[in-house]
Design a protein around this ligand. Structure first.
Ligand code: AVJ
Ligand code: FE
Length: 361
């Protein structure tokens, strides 16, 4: 897990962060042929070039249009790049920009962004929103690239933390203050900061390793009833496990697999409150390798207030999603703050997700 990003304030700092982020985006796709940018590699993911156009459209909407009061650069493209209106599955058929057009669109939007930054009093929140949005889409693109077996622009997994993930550390019960402080950038779902009362618990010293997971499968773990709901096919990640580094955290496992593994080890998943409390207690090893499933559903903290980017969190609250905590090898340190909450459907495994176990203390 990276150190929390210091709040960006001055215009030169913002310009630098925008630039660094764009260099990272361009580095990711630099070695990808135009055909591979345009094709739908997985029905779970957008074509990579859609992400590029969407990054530009989002930046123009928030900076030049909403913050600067200018008309949109490409009003005609707003529906194509509205993630909420157009689910990923249908994006292959959209009239999105071709690779060269998307690159030009990114440049044209950025030009307006930078000139606004010089002439207007910059609102750091909006710029930070745009920077982190692009960084998050970089990870989305890396998921697509991993599925398509395309190289991820020099960004690789870190060396393994070691450990099986079956060893646990004890965390004291009591009161913990969770969520993001009032100052600085945070997503609305990280606020308000609030107190929770936790019973003592144990949590995995590191995420569960490939080796421990492989032993579980070899032992017939995937024959267990597990946490599957009836409408979901039992789908286990059993192939190719022997080719993986046994000491690396297991990756691309669904929430159901994680729950079943934990139950087989007389354990459970941590709640997201437990995860954050353990992180505060400086007990968590091996963070920053994989997103870690928790048992928690995604919802608003007590007193939740949606921020102007309403579609970021609130529309996903409810029983459909599970929260993941921490960050993966593909997450920018600027995004990977300890209060950050990620979420996905429990059957999903295309993200860089693993898990650690927990037990009542
Ligand atoms: C926080 C990773 C679940 O990809 O759906 C990007 C991030 N939101 N653009 C997602 C996001 C809008 C979001 N996750
Ligand atoms: Fe987005």
């Amino acid at each position: 897990m990276g150190s929390p990003a210091t709040a960006t304030r001055s215009a030169p700092e913002i310009a630098q962060a925008l630039q660094d982020t764009r260099v990272r985006t361009q580095g990711l796709v630099a070695g990808v042929a135009d055909d591979d940018l345009e094709v739908v590699h997985s029905k779970l993911m957008s074509p990579l070039v859609w992400d590029l156009g969407h990054i530009a459209a989002f930046e123009d909407l928030w900076i030049a249009h909403r913050h600067g009061g200018l008309p949109l650069l490409r009003d005609d493209l707003m529906d194509v790049y509205d993630a909420f209106e157009t689910p990923r599955a249908g994006r292959g058929e959209l009239p999105f920009l071709r690779p060269n057009e998307a690159r030009e669109f990114l440049d044209a939007v950025r030009e307006r962004t930078l000139s606004l930054l010089e002439t207007e009093r910059a609102d750091p929140f909006t710029y930070e929103l745009v920077i982190r949005h692009e960084l998050q889409h970089e990870e989305t693109m890396m998921q697509t690239m991993a599925l398509a077996q395309l190289p991820t622009g020099g960004i690789r997994r870190d060396p393994s933390p070691g450990g099986t993930g079956l060893e646990t550390v004890a965390v004291r019960g009591g009161s913990y203050t969770l969520g993001a402080v009032q100052d600085g950038f945070a997503y609305d779902n990280e606020r308000p900061q609030h107190e929770v009362e936790l019973a003592p618990f144990e949590i995995g010293a590191v995420p569960v390793s490939n080796g421990a997971y492989r032993a579980f499968i070899a032992d017939g773990g995937h024959e267990r009833p597990g946490g599957w709901t009836e409408d979901l096919q039992r789908e286990w990640r059993v192939d190719g496990l022997h080719e993986l580094d046994p000491d690396a955290p297991v990756m691309h496992v669904s929430w159901y697999e994680a729950v079943t593994f934990a139950a087989a080890h007389e354990a459970r998943l941590p709640t997201e409150c437990e995860w954050e409390a353990a992180h505060q207690s400086e007990m968590l090893g091996g963070t920053g390798h994989v997103w870690e499933w928790t048992s928690s559903h995604f919802g608003g903290y007590p007193g939740f207030v949606a921020h102007p980017y309403r579609e970021y969190s609130e529309v996903f609250f409810g029983d459909d999603y599970r929260v993941l905590r921490g960050s993966s090898w593909a997450t920018s340190p600027r995004v990977a703050v300890p209060t950050f909450r990620n979420w996905d459907f429990p059957e999903r495994r295309q993200i860089f997700n693993g898990f650690r176990i927990a037990r009542d203390g």
